[in-house]
Design a binder for this molecule. Structure first.
Ligand code: ZN
Length: 376
């Protein structure tokens, strides 16, 4: 946490403490009663310990302060947040558990403390425990959107796609927004999972379900093609490729690792029908990895449209004295092929879910947006 943020948080704590504990009540003002020294002493000690970077001693004093007035839970919560932001997860957990251990915890505080505790565990990577505390929140307030979203994220991280889909439905009902692409990608993941377990019937059913929800779910097309290849149902493979050409054309190159080398004739048909440059380049790059030249290379005639396409072709050249080829090869190794259309993060590999903003189906090819002008 930056010094500025720490200072801001400390100011919040001190202000909250002042308002809650030190500010004389109207009765005190009337009676001119001095502020209780018992309350001030551990508080000042606590702040002093915080400033001297002795968090354990600070925590001890703050617990003492909190015992004196029940309203001081705001101080507690702010302290917990500070420890969490500094990566002191154990201390944050102790604070939030202390709040919950009090007798007669009001419902709003119960929700707040369980949510904070869940965040502590999630940050610490204890996802099961985090889920349990988010569930405590949801047991009391079933439409708690942040708890639902956080639980959904954990289920996705754990590849528990069915549970994720059910949580997404609850989020959708509360938000009243269209989440069909997100939902389609979850069904595609379920399909992929079944495919890995060789449950072909279920895999096909889930992939169809995914495409019924959204025809733009690229992952579902790839799973369908893989299933139909496994079943040696070539007309169905072609039907899915054609559907992909019309609904998800930018990602035809993802067929290369599925179809090459065994189904090169299908790949060639796809190339001849689409002349999709990314498909041609990806295939040429795959061919260049082989030790001997493959005559298919001559059938993939590609006139580069962008500078980055020319560089990719140059990178396929034989290393020799040509410095351009050498530079192109270095550039190609570092090339970020995709970027997220929502958060803008550039990535080398294709992700169905953005690793930064976690939105599904947000990756696009970065060819036009990479600062290179069209050559023609
Ligand atoms: Zn993103």
């Amino acid at each position: 946490m930056s010094t500025l943020a720490t200072l801001a948080l400390l100011t919040t704590i001190v202000t909250a403490v002042w308002v809650l504990l030190l500010r004389p009540t109207s009765k005190e003002e009337q009676d001119n009663t001095p502020v209780d020294d018992q309350r001030v002493s551990p508080l000042l000690r606590g702040i002093q310990h915080l400033l001297s970077d002795k968090p354990d001693l600070a925590l001890q004093d703050m617990v003492e302060v909190a015992k004196l007035r029940s309203e001081s839970t705001e101080v507690y919560m702010a302290l917990g947040e500070m420890f969490l932001s500094q990566g002191e997860i154990g201390r944050a957990v102790r604070i939030h558990q202390n709040i919950l251990a009090r007798p007669h915890v009001p419902q709003d505080l119960y929700i707040q403390a369980h949510f904070a505790l869940a965040k502590d565990f999630q940050t610490g990577g204890l996802l099961d425990r985090a889920l349990r505390h988010y569930q405590k929140v949801l047991d009391v307030q079933s439409d708690h959107l942040d708890a639902l979203r956080a639980s959904l994220r954990i289920r996705e991280l754990s590849h528990e796609w069915q549970e994720a889909e059910s949580l997404l439905s609850r989020v959708e009902r509360i938000q009243d927004t269209n989440v069909s692409l997100h939902r389609a990608y979850l069904w595609a993941e379920m399909s992929e999972q079944c495919l890995q377990k060789k449950d072909i019937t279920q895999a096909r059913q889930y992939a169809e379900q995914s495409l019924n929800i959204s025809e733009h779910c690229t992952h579902a097309y790839l799973v369908m093609v893989t299933i139909e290849l496994h079943e040696k149902n070539i007309p169905s493979v072609l039907a899915n490729i054609h559907r992909m050409q019309s609904m998800s054309a930018d990602f035809l190159h993802l067929l290369v690792p599925i179809l090459y080398p065994k189904y090169s004739e299908l790949l060639m048909q796809c190339w001849q029908e689409s002349h999709h440059h990314e498909l041609g380049l990806t295939w040429l790059e795959r061919l260049a990895e082989e030790e001997t030249r493959n005559p298919i290379e001559n059938d993939i005639q590609l006139t580069p449209k962008y500078l980055r396409e020319s560089l990719r072709l140059a990178a396929l050249g034989q290393e020799g004295d040509d410095p351009l080829i050498e530079h192109a090869k270095i550039w190609r190794k570092q090339m970020k092929r995709y970027h997220c259309k929502y958060c803008g993060v550039d990535v080398v590999e294709m992700y169905w879910q953005c690793p930064q903003c976690h939105i599904w189906g947000s990756s696009v090819l970065s060819q036009e947006d990479n600062g290179f002008k069209e050559l023609t």
